[in-house]
Ligand binder design. Structure first.
Ligand code: NAP
Length: 275
């Protein structure tokens, strides 16, 4: 029951209508017995700073930030965590006492937690990241911080070079990816190939035993590349774990409580199965 005491958190983005964040967060707040609610605000490009100011003025708990606002939100926050500062990107805004705004980026740590949950540790291993967008940068930075040797490759050489330089990791030509994949312990798909773009981001027979293929796509639950990698003997990790863990880190930051991962995962999986 929403009352005058109910605390409010929200996601801002455009588009935002299909976001799973409200389901994930509200499942968490329910499981934790909190009088909190999480809603979605469709905020057009260029209005992120105004939305962050409004969140502070209204006393919101915090905001999740998605496309196209992550860089603008980083510029507006009063203080950034080292991760958000390194990426110049914020997916989590916490309204601090007094209304100051703290920006964090939980995608990279969410990625590492999802791998750990699946029994994998990137430390000391070679990681090949396919793509050079926001998710690729977050994953590459987190893996580098965790002690992996990271290479970014993307179809536009300049984008791969810029992403690698910003984070301090290697980059390689897109055409070299089958050979690089064969030599990697972990291959991470941070492109939409397999979701909105049909096909596989690598030749299907690129991966085999002793390797881990990590898909950031969470819908479909199994992409063509996941099926091909598994058929070749590789272990596969889907994108749902990262989605759940990046939200769980927000829940933990805002509530100070351990996130209820089971109810959050169930809420997301139920919604995805119905799509
Ligand atoms: P983004 O910033 O748009 O970056 C996408 C990257 O993929 C860019 O490097 C882009 O290259 C490349 N790309 C696009 N189409 C391609 C194609 N046909 N062939 C090769 N490369 C292509 O997107 P993002 O936010 O980083 O997200 C990337 C993926 O990760 C998406 O599938 C998204 O759903 C997923 N994701 C999952 C989670 C999770 O929690 N599981 C979180 C964030 C993102 P160009 O610049 O040349 O277009």
């Amino acid at each position: 029951m929403i009352s005058a005491a109910t605390r409010v958190a929200a996601v801002i983005g455009d588009p935002v209508r299909h976001s799973l964040s409200p389901l994930l967060h509200n499942a968490a707040y329910r499981a934790l017995g909190l009088d909190w609610v999480y809603v979605a605000f469709e905020v057009p490009a260029g209005r992120a700073a105004a939305a962050l100011d409004a969140a502070a003025a209204l006393g919101l708990v915090g905001l999740s930030v998605t496309m196209p606002h992550k860089a603008d939100a980083a510029r507006r926050c009063d203080v950034l965590t080292p991760e958000a500062d390194r990426l110049a990107s914020v997916n989590t805004v916490t309204v601090l006492p007094g209304g100051r705004l703290e920006g964090d980026s939980t995608d990279g740590e969410g990625f590492l937690r999802s791998l750990r949950e699946a029994g994998h540790d990137v430390a000391g291993g070679r990681v090949l990241v396919l793509g050079a967008g926001g998710a690729a940068r977050a994953v590459a930075a987190a893996c580098e911080r965790a002690g992996a040797a990271v290479t970014i490759t993307a179809r536009r050489a300049g984008a791969a070079r810029a992403a690698a330089a910003a984070i301090g990791v290697d980059h390689a030509p897109w055409d070299a990816r089958p050979g690089l994949a064969a030599a990697a312990a972990f291959v991470v798909n941070a492109t939409p190939v397999g979701m909105s773009v049909p096909g596989t981001p690598l030749p299907p027979d690129s991966l085999g035993a002793g390797q881990v293929y990590v898909e950031l796509i969470y819908h479909p639950a199994e992409t063509a590349m996941m099926a091909a990698a598994a058929a070749g003997g590789a272990q596969v990790v889907g994108g749902l774990g990262m989605l759940v863990h990046q939200a769980a880190l927000q829940v933990e930051r805002w509530t100070g409580l351990a996130a209820p991962l089971g109810p959050m995962r169930e809420a997301a999986a139920r919604a995805l199965a119905a799509r």
